[in-house]
Design a protein around this ligand. Sequence first.
Ligand SMILES: Cc1cc2nc3c(=O)[nH]c(=O)nc-3n(C[C@H](O)[C@H](O)[C@H](O)COP(=O)(O)OP(=O)(O)OC[C@H]3O[C@@H](n4cnc5c(N)ncnc54)[C@H](O)[C@@H]3O)c2cc1C
Length: 469
Amino acid sequence: MCNELRGALAEIVGDAHVSDALVDRICYTRDCGPDRAGIPGAVVRPGTTDEVAEVLRLANRMHVPVFVRGRATAFLGTGVQTDSIVMETTRLDRVEEVDTRANWVKVGAGAIWHSVDADMHCLGRELAVPGGGGLFSCTVGGSVALNAIPHGMTEYGMTGDHVLSLDVVLPNGDVIRTGSAANPGAEPVERYANGPDLTGLFMGSYGILGVITSVVYRLRRIPEAEAFAMYAFDDYCEAVDAACGVQTQEAATFLVGLFGGPRPTGMEGDAFLHVIARGDSSSTAQRLAKAKAVCESSGGRPVSPECTRNYWQEHMYSWLRNTAPGPYYSDRPYFCPEVAGFVSTQGLKRAVRLFREFVREQEEEFERFGIRIKGVDTYFSRNGAFLWIDTLYDERRDDAWEFGLELRARIAGLMFSEGMSPGGIGAGVSPLIMPRLGAYTGLVRTLKTALDPMNILNPGILVEQGGAS
Ligand SMILES: Cc1cc2nc3c(=O)[nH]c(=O)nc-3n(C[C@H](O)[C@H](O)[C@H](O)COP(=O)(O)OP(=O)(O)OC[C@H]3O[C@@H](n4cnc5c(N)ncnc54)[C@H](O)[C@@H]3O)c2cc1C
C-alpha cells in the first residue's frame, strides 16, 4: 500500500517532493500543541494548484485521507490518522502579483506571513494586519484557514477581514476562485461579489472544506508612527473597565491585557494593559493621551518603557527566538494546552474570576503534576475580547500530559458554559464544543458531506462524519 501510494504521489509532484521515510512521517505527525496523532503513510509537498488537485483526486480514488498542513504552528491538534497523507503547502510560497495602487497582494498559501510582510515593506506597504504571534513561522494559508487572531485587531480587525479572494481546491479536486475575481475577467477588488460570501466559507474551516492554494490580501501604507504604553492595575476589574474605555474612544491599534500568570519583570500589580497606537505622529500622540486619561481614571499606573520591553521580550519572543529560560517558559520541554475564545469586554470580569477560582481549587493537583500557568491574556477587538489561558507542563511525564489534556477539557467546558466562543478549535477541542452547537454543527456537517462525500480532507477535525476514510 505504502509503495503504491508513494509511487502515485511521486508521479504527481516529482520524487523529491514526496517521502515515506519513517523519520519524515513522524515529524509530520503533530503541531505545536499537546495532541498526539497517527503516523501518516506519506508526506507530499505539491508545488502548484494543479498538483494539489491531482493529489486530492488520487486520495479519493485510493480512499486515503489527506491532512493539510501549513507549518503546523497551531496548538489545536492535527488529527492526522495512521497511514494517511500529509499535504504540506510550503512550496506554494510565491508572491504572485502585487498592486500597490489598489493595495492588494496575491500570494501562495504556503508563504510565511512575515516574509510576505517584509517583501511588502520594500514597497512601503504592509499586510493589513500584522499577523498573529506565530507570524515568523506560520503560513498565510494556515492563518486564513483558521482565521488567526492577529496583533492589531483592536483597530484592524481579524485576519479574515482583509481577504479579498481565495483560490481553493475542493476535496474532489475542482478548483474555485472566490469574490469578484470569480469572474475570470475581473480584478480581486472585493470579497462580497457574485452571490454568497464563499470566501468566508473557507476561513475558520480548518481545511475541512478545501485546500487554499493562494490568497489575495489587502495592503496598507506603513503608518508613520507607532507608540507604546503600559499600565498596571491593582484589581483586574479596573483594567477591564479601562479597556472598555480605550475601545470606546478608539484610542488603540492594539490593546493587550495580562490577567494572570507570572508578572512581567519589574511590574507590580494584579493586571496590566498594553496599548499600541499607530498612525500619523499627531493622531498617535492624541490616542495615547486618551488611553492614558482613561487608564488613570480607572486606577491605572504607567509602567516604565523598560518593563514594557521586558514583557515583549520575555513573553512573546523568548519562545520564537529560543532565548534563555525566562519567567514565562522556564525549563523545557513544556506544553501549552491553550483554551481560547471570544467574550464580551465586560464578560471578561466573570471569566477571569471563574478561572482564578478554578485554579485555586486545583492548587494541589497543579503542584502534583507540575502545572504552571503561562498566561491569562487578552487581545481586545473593537468591541470585545479574545481571552486565552495557557497552562504549561512537562510532556515527558505521561501523568502530567494526561492531566494537562483533562484540564484543557475542563477549562474549555467551563468557559463555553460561561459564554465564551472558541476562536481556535481544531482537532483537540472540537469534540468538546461542536456537539454543543446543535443545528450550527449540523449545517457544518451537511456542508462537509456535500463537498467531501468520501470524507477525504481533514476528516474528523471539526465534525465527525460518515465516509470512506
Ligand atoms: C509562538 C507562537 C505564537 C502564536 N500566536 C498566535 C496568535 O497570536 N494568534 C493566533 O491565532 N495563533 C497564534 N499561534 C498559532 C499559529 O501560529 C497560527 O494559528 C497560524 O496562523 C497557523 O498557521 P500554520 O501555517 O502553522 O497552520 P497549520 O498549523 O499548519 O494549520 C492550521 C489549520 O489550518 C489548516 N490549513 C493549513 N493550511 C491550509 C491551507 N492552505 N488550506 C486549507 N487548510 C489549511 C490545517 O489543516 C489546520 O487545520 C501562535 C503560534 C506560535 C508558535
